[in-house]
Design a protein around this ligand. Sequence first.
Ligand code: B1M
Length: 208
Amino acid sequence: MANLKALADAVIKGDQSTAVQITKAALEENMPAKSVLNEGLIAGMDVVGASFKKNEIYIPEVLIAARAMKMAMEILEPELVKAGVKPIGKFLIGTVQGDLHDIGKNLVAMMLKGAGFEVIDLGVDVGPEKFVEQVKTQGVHVVGMSALLTTTMPGMEKTIRALKEAGVSAKIMIGGAPVTQGYADKIGADGYAADAASAVDMVKSLVA
Ligand code: B1M
């Protein structure tokens, strides 16, 4: 019988082929897709997030684990849709206007996918109008903004103002190397996270 603990371990080790092989075997044995997701893939990414937070592993290991999870998810996703399993929330993220840094933003997006969220990634250099338009049309629960430059941080404040003027009810969180909790409080963001693992905890608390 397919072993979901071994699937979680394969994600933790970033072992793509084993993750894919166990996912396929589990589905062939008619294991519920939701169990494969929660007890295998998400359980593995939870461990990765916790280890990253404690500085026991670093960005390359997280990226390798996320890639293993992504490959297995490609097999699992159609089965989750068939079974009517809904994501735990919709998260939209982008790097703010004028800013082209996306490594941290991508990591946050991957970790949230790993935690069971549907993630819409608008990419880099995203202006307030695009955030507003996408948040309104996509039914998003949490909007995330990333900035790596002190010169582009004001784009977060502009976007929050535009979202509020547009009457958007989604929660807003921000992050990126120069961003602080104090800045988040100052510009009226609902949440801030210093790293990708903390971003998952923050988004979970914002949708709770
Ligand atoms: Co640029 N760059 N860069 N750069 N770059 C920095 C950020 C800089 C600190 C370097 C320096 O001078 N020491 C400096 C900014 C100074 C400042 O404003 N404070 C800088 C500069 C000045 C520039 C240019 C202006 C350089 C120039 O052209 N003169 C230019 C700007 C271009 C633009 O954006 N318009 C520029 C360009 C580039 C590259 C294109 C070459 C490249 C980006 C490639 C890419 O992203 N695809 C680049 C890089 C790689 C860096 C450094 C070296 C690394 C950034 C990175 O990816 N870190 C950086 C110096 C450094 O940090 N050592 C630097 C790894 C990443 C995982 O961390 O993004 O912080 P980070 O994400 C973390 C957390 O911050 C958090 O979680 C992530 C994972 O734990 N997080 C969130 C991020 N977003 C979050 C969102 C959340 C929550 C948490 O909620 C929504």
